[in-house]
Design a protein around this ligand. Structure first.
Ligand SMILES: Cc1cc2nc3c(=O)[nH]c(=O)nc-3n(C[C@H](O)[C@H](O)[C@H](O)COP(=O)(O)OP(=O)(O)OC[C@H]3O[C@@H](n4cnc5c(N)ncnc54)[C@H](O)[C@@H]3O)c2cc1C
Length: 434
């Protein structure tokens, strides 16, 4: 089934707290008839919109097409955490790729956060960037490793906005007895992602990009001029950027082979008022080390936005909120009587090595996806680097493409069932605390 429609109706944004707390812009047109462009971008999430803005500001004629709407995908539904680095500790990346390559990767990831923060300070203040992400160890044996990762960042890159926390330190920040230590990174932060996506779209259009909504690309005919077909129109473009991430249907096998669509879910409680301070003592975001991880933070109106419960099933469960509520109240019994007002899901792309898959698919077709839960910051940078590659500067594109994300075992048909089995095993270990 086409991932674009398996849990959603065309052009309908999910019933999330993000949608409820945002001024939704008017619909953009559906593509009709033939248009030409220097670059056609498939997908109006953070990746596609960032690429569009950077390309248009270089004077290129850019068309963005989305099957649904701007910010419809993971970009408008996520946990909002603007994380440092990648979904693999830098210490491990330095071991695998060597110190020089790891340093270039770290610098790119830092630039990703700087760019996002800069936009939130100037052009998109409504996204309300706030500093601070704590990572919490759910098992005593994990604390040392986390602290070694922090020491590596401090020593190798001078990342001095992160510091380690012992059990008392983490319990001071997060009012649960579930954690044994961790760290707080004030160089990371959190935003309102849907407002940020709408802000990016506005900036892209201001620099000259055209955005079409409700326009699914269902076929690409390759050639010196690529032709992208939608149900009511087509785009002839010299370059193509694929930015459909977990929602991209199987229209490019080289991309699908590396990306596994995974669902994740978030519940928003009713506003907590003074109870909020009994959950988090600072306005930071949290993610924990459970294999089936939990991530959460407070909204501006003091709801707890509690996320987790990844699922490898294609369809969303009919009842999203009950399991999330159970997970939340197991950690925070003080929320036992609290109502859940919104619960929604979204699809993200993960890769086999948890690193983004940046690749050249054909001579004039490039793609960035599979940010593996680390895309809020990295997508903006990926879009910038894709724009550089289209403009003929491939150096930073190569730094990311050299991560050589492998194909999933089992191919497009079997990758999800295989992973589902593995995840069930690890989830059981989580529950048993082993
Ligand atoms: C619930 C959830 C929580 C998350 N939390 C975090 C977090 O806290 N921090 C973090 O860093 N990351 C998080 N992520 C991941 C992050 O949201 C993604 O990495 C990021 O938003 C990906 O952006 P994107 O632009 O690449 O893809 P998306 O935002 O998914 O956009 C892809 C777009 O492409 C369109 N599209 C696909 N195929 C086609 C086609 N054929 N034709 C036309 N349009 C098409 C879709 O309609 C969609 O709008 C989370 C994801 C989810 C789902």
């Amino acid at each position: 089934m086409n991932p674009l429609y398996r849990n959603d109706r065309q052009g309908v944004l999910p019933d999330s707290w993000y949608v409820a707390s945002t001024d939704i812009p008017a619909d953009r047109p559906t593509l009709q008839g033939e248009v030409t462009a220097d670059v056609c971008i498939v997908g109006a999430g953070f990746t596609g919109l960032s690429a569009a803005r950077h390309l248009a500001s270089k004077g290129l004629d850019v068309v963005v097409v989305d099957a649904h709407r701007v910010g419809f995908g993971a970009s408008g539904r996520n946990g909002g955490q603007v994380c440092s680095g990648y979904n693999v500790p830098m210490r491990k990346l330095a071991e695998t790729y060597g110190a020089d390559h790891a340093r270039r990767l770290w610098d790119l990831a830092e630039e990703a956060k700087d760019d996002l923060r800069g936009l939130c300070q100037t052009a998109i203040p409504e996204a309300q960037y706030k500093p601070g992400i704590a990572e919490a160890a759910a098992k005593p044996g994990e604390v040392d490793g986390m602290h070694r990762d922090v020491e590596f960042l401090q020593q190798a890159y001078g990342h001095d906005t992160v510091h380690t926390l012992d059990r008392a330190g983490i319990n001071d920040l997060i009012k649960t007895d579930s954690y044994f230590g961790g760290h707080l990174d004030l160089g990371a932060g959190h935003i309102h992602p849907l407002r940020y996506a709408f802000g990016l779209a506005h900036l892209a259009e201001k620099t000259g990009a055209r955005i079409y909504e409700r326009s699914e690309v269902h076929h690409i005919a390759h050639g010196a001029t690529a032709v992208l077909c939608t149900s009511q129109g087509r785009i002839k473009a010299q370059h193509v950027i694929l930015a459909g991430n977990g929602y991209l249907p199987n229209i490019e096998r080289k991309v699908s082979a590396k990306i596994l669509p995974v669902n994740s879910f978030i519940a928003a409680t009713e506003p907590l008022g003074e109870l909020a301070a009994e959950i988090l003592s600072q306005d930071i975001a949290v993610s924990d080390s459970k294999f089936v991880l939990n991530y959460y933070r407070l909204s501006e109106d003091k709801r707890l936005l509690f996320g987790g419960r990844p699922s490898y099933q294609i369809a969303f469960p009919t009842d999203i909120s009950t399991t999330l509520r159970q997970r939340m109240t197991r950690m925070f019994p003080q929320l036992g009587d609290v109502r859940v007002d919104y619960a929604w899901g979204g699809t993200l792309g993960i890769t086999a090595n948890k690193l983004p898959a940046i690749q050249q698919v054909a001579p004039n077709v490039i793609s960035a996806s599979g940010f593996s839960g680390h895309g809020v910051a990295l997508t903006g940078l990926a879009g910038k680097v894709l724009a550089e590659a289209v403009a003929g500067q491939a150096g930073r594109f190569d730094t990311l493409a050299d991560l050589k994300t492998p194909n999933f075992p089992g191919g497009v048909a079997m990758r999800a069932p295989i992973l589902r089995l593995a995840m069930t095993w690890y989830a059981m270990r989580d529950r048993l605390g082993v």
